[in-house]
Design a protein around this ligand. Sequence first.
Ligand code: FES
Length: 163
Amino acid sequence: VTNTANFIQGEVKARIDKWIANYPADQKKSATMPALRIVQECHHGYLTTDLMDQIAEYLEITPMEVYEVATFYGNYEHEPVGEIKLCVCNSISCMLRGRDEILAAIEKKIGIKPGEMTEDGRFSVKMVECLGACGGAPMMQVGKVYHENLTPENITDLLEEWS
Ligand code: FES
């Protein structure tokens, strides 16, 4: 287990401070979302209660205010995720156009289902709501990139390439 005491220091602190500087001194709270994003990025892609408490303390707000934001939006993770996070669209167009075959191909290739992570920590799979790329269904997002018109073949090739 990584020691995360005093996590908000050095580069993490500098990045959060830049956001805080955008707001009036009594409005540090406005930096909650960027602070969550930065801490998540710098902590292997996920948040813990301890980290959220540190954000609250740093922004001088209550832990509850931070938890509320962190659980309301789907882009914060509360469990460890893989270095490569496959966000597979779970909405209607993607479902109708073969999402299940894509999930089956992923499971066949790397042995994990949605909500799971490979033992080596390389990959995890997550179901997400429509990403607005329904014309390219079925699709998934990995990092900032949308991979559209997935087939069992092309997703297997991608996973091979990334392994
Ligand atoms: Fe999958 Fe819209 S339904 S991107």
